[in-house]
Design a protein around this ligand. Structure first.
Ligand code: COA
Length: 327
């Protein structure tokens, strides 16, 4: 018994900003951003929210799977940017979709979030606790972005992706997951709610927007990614006794084209095995893997029975890789 992805969906806001639009906000250029990151444009919410995008991606994934919302046992939303704290985004999605029988909770593991959500759902399915799970990554990173910091605002975008996973017959693969909280300062976003007015007061000078937006040591994160992702991929292949040549494609978190290229090089794999869409969406954190998965699925690029590696990495620090067989 294992978990099998039987449907995918995604939602990306129609409003987009290209690099020239960003160059009107900060001192940068289309050429610099393309060269250093591969990003050309990113989509930004207008009326949408993290919850509304999650629900739409989830609805499309259920339709693709041919699964009724009432048959979903588990809804798991991975997000760092929900527009609601209580109730959790997953419960809000449940309400919108009418998935009355589902158990719902959120998961915060930044850009590794969808991978950990997938692993969590598969563990529940394999142990027989649930039969059908809807795993969603949804982010409104534009709300957490410091739009006057050229080191970060060029990178991120908004969107949501989802997968329906069902218990079924197939090989069980063990995932590889790691965290290193000691290195967490490399990518942070402080709470907007860390003063209660009773015992903790924030001085006005400490309330600058930059303090409450994402802050990143870009080079540290870059080095971490190019070192840890190939290691995690090699570890997961070794752990499951799967050869690299049996992997049809590697679906990496879409942070930066240079990171993806460096991972391909370190693994000695052709770049063609690493599909990318970061040029269109930027880094959408936990939404990036399921959005890409959905695009590949809808374009008919995932062959039945072929093995795929998914790999995520990001704030925490956290990272990992999983093997799955396409439906
Ligand atoms: N436009 C123009 N110049 C910029 C710039 C921008 N948007 N951002 C930074 N610069 C400048 C810097 O100020 C610096 O100038 P200086 O040499 O005069 O001081 C120079 O470019 C080099 O800066 P540096 O930070 O070393 O650039 P970099 O090559 O490391 O690229 C990132 C910056 C952010 C693109 C890169 O570090 C990166 O992609 N890191 C990983 C980030 C990531 O993926 N995070 C999410 C992981 S989940």
């Amino acid at each position: 018994m294992t978990g099998i992805i039987c449907g995918t969906g995604s939602y990306v806001p129609p409003y987009s900003m290209d690099n020239n639009d960003i160059a009107k906000l900060v001192e940068t250029s289309d050429e610099w951003i393309r060269e250093r990151t591969g990003v050309v444009r990113r989509h930004i919410i207008e009326e949408e929210t993290t919850v509304s995008m999650a629900a739409e991606a989830g609805r499309l994934a259920l339709a693709d799977a041919g699964v009724d919302a009432k048959d979903v046992d588990l809804i798991l939303v991975s997000t760092i940017s929900s527009n609601v704290i209580l109730p959790c985004a997953a419960c809000e999605v449940q309400k919108i979709l009418g998935a009355d029988h589902a158990t719902c909770f959120d998961l915060n593991a930044a850009c590794t979030g969808f991978l950990l959500g997938y692993n969590t759902a598969v563990a529940y399915l394999e142990s027989g606790v649930y039969q059908t799970a809807l795993v969603i990554g949804s982010e409104s990173l534009s709300n957490l972005t410091n739009w006057s910091d050229r080191g970060t605002c060029i990178l991120f975008g908004d969107g949501a992706g989802a997968a329906v996973i069902r218990a079924g017959e197939g090989r069980h693969y063990l995932p590889v997951t790691h965290s290193n909280g000691a290195k967490g300062e490399a990518l942070t976003c402080k709470s907007r709610h860390d003063h209660n007015g009773l015992t903790r007061k924030l001085e006005p000078e400490n309330m600058a927007a930059s303090e409450y937006s994402m802050q990143m040591d870009g080079q540290a994160v870059f080095k971490f990614a190019v070192r840890s992702v190939p290691q995690a991929v090699e570890e997961v292949l070794e752990k499951n006794q799967v050869a690299q040549e049996d992997i049809s494609c590697y679906i990496l978190h879409q942070a930066n084209r240079r990171i993806v290229e460096a991972v391909a090089k370190r693994l000695g794999e052709p770049i063609e095995k690493f599909p990318m869409n970061l040029q269109e969406y930027g880094n959408t954190s936990s939404a990036s893997i399921p959005i890409l998965l959905d695009e590949l699925n809808r374009d008919g690029k995932l062959e039945k029975g072929r093995k795929i590696v998914m790999a995520g990495f990001g704030a925490g620090l956290s990272w990992g890789a999983s093997i799955l067989e396409w439906k």
